[in-house]
Design a protein around this ligand. Structure first.
Ligand code: MRU
Length: 368
């Protein structure tokens, strides 16, 4: 299995996804700020993998805190988590992982600083293996919607590289193959960052899963010809009503799928659902460097000074989604209800954690 990210000898090690598939090299971070830079620069990307990088980055940051007093330590740890939380805005897994790390630090209040530090490393590593287990469970649930012989269109990379391993959308495909179904994948190239060309094509070919690369604008053509049976994509944030933010271009694929009566599935762990956001309108959409659009292999292809827009994600309304595949099973419309049932109180738990920390921070200020 591809090792996306790991904790090794008090460092965070991740495969450099900017270099794939030409070079398989690893970036080693010995400071949490390097982890932040790696997330921003897309060394590591994909919502669950960003969450894991955040958790491991926080554990790394914790190791470097000099404070001996647990209260001071926790204050500095919260600052570090806040810094990491700003690395990228759309994938909710980033905030989710940091909430978990902060809650862990709080729960260890009775231990000394070195005990808390050890606990945070253990928790971050546990999140990595938990993510793989979640993807496998999600894959098992999702493969039920796939028939033997299906050709599946996917957009961006929601594979092992975008997670702790195995993948979400690609995890469903892996599980279908493991169940003996012969499936083929059409991978959209995914302009402008080419996650489909560079990453999805690479990881599927490596696993000998039949994959054919197409440009984004070819999807409608192949749907019209009856050559696509299902669409499965990942997600960066799912609102309480099922509206889903994913890589730019996903919405166009969903509209095309609806026009051709092709089932359109989102595969994501429950940690990608943000119950505090009611609809997709409130999901923040990252705007990335215009060079991703104007440049090709370091060369500018566009006229100098041209205006550029580069939103990294779009939102697919829930009404275009046939089902959301999670580790807790297939969620169907009405999504508001199925999501609530799948989460059972996750929103309240996160909110309570946030309020507790706010209260601790305020009382800390007063006593100064
Ligand atoms: O900009 P990226 O490469 O981080 O965007 C990734 C995606 O949009 C993925 O489809 C999503 O994060 C799901 S990954 C399991």
């Amino acid at each position: 299995m591809i090792k996306t990210i790991a904790w090794q000898d008090n460092r965070v090690v991740m495969i450099d996804q900017r270099k794939l598939p030409r070079e398989e090299i690893y970036v080693v971070c010995s400071d949490y700020r390097q982890v932040i830079e790696a997330i921003k620069a897309m060394v590591i990307r994909g919502a669950p993998a960003i969450g894991l990088a955040a958790a491991l980055g926080a554990a790394l940051g914790a190791q470097g805190i000099a404070a001996r007093d647990p209260g001071e330590f926790r204050q500095r740890f919260e600052e570090i988590c806040r810094e990491i939380g700003k690395a990228r805005p759309t994938a909710i897994n980033l905030a989710w992982a940091l909430e978990g790390m902060l809650a862990k630090a709080e729960s260890a209040a009775g231990r000394g600083v070195s005990g808390i530090k050890n606990l945070l490393v253990r928790e971050a590593r546990r999140l990595v293996s938990q993510d793989v287990a979640i993807n496998r469970a999600l894959g098992r649930a999702g493969q039920e919607v796939i028939r033997d012989g299906d050709t599946i269109l996917t957009h961006c990379n929601a594979g092992a590289l975008a997670t702790g391993g195995y993948g979400t959308a690609l995890g469903v495909i892996r599980a279908a193959r493991a169940a003996g179904k012969k499936v083929r994948v059409l991978a959209d190239e995914t302009r402008p960052f080419l996650q489909g060309t560079r990453l999805t094509a690479w990881e599927l070919a490596r696993d000998r899963i039949p994959v054919t690369l197409i440009t984004d604008s070819m999807a409608g053509h192949f749907m019209k010809k009856g050559l696509i049976d299902r669409v499965i994509v990942g997600a960066d944030r799912i609102a309480a009503n099922g509206d889903t933010a994913n890589k730019i271009g996903t919405y166009s694929v969903a509209v095309l799928a609806r026009a051709h009566r092709i089932p359109f599935y989102v595969a994501a762990p429950c940690s990608t659902i943000d119950p505090r956001i009611k609809t997709g309108k409130a999901i923040p959409i990252e705007e990335r460097d215009e060079k991703e659009v104007t440049h090709w292999a370091g060369q500018c292809l566009a006229p100098a000074g041209i205006q550029v827009l580069n939103p990294a994600f779009d939102v697919t309304p829930a009404s275009y989604i046939t089902g959301i595949i999670t580790e807790r099973g297939l969620l169907q419309a009405p999504f508001g209800r199925s999501i609530r049932e799948a989460l059972r109180g996750k929103g309240e738990q996160m909110e309570a954690g946030r309020r507790r920390r706010e209260a601790t921070a305020k009382s800390g200020k007063k006593t100064k």
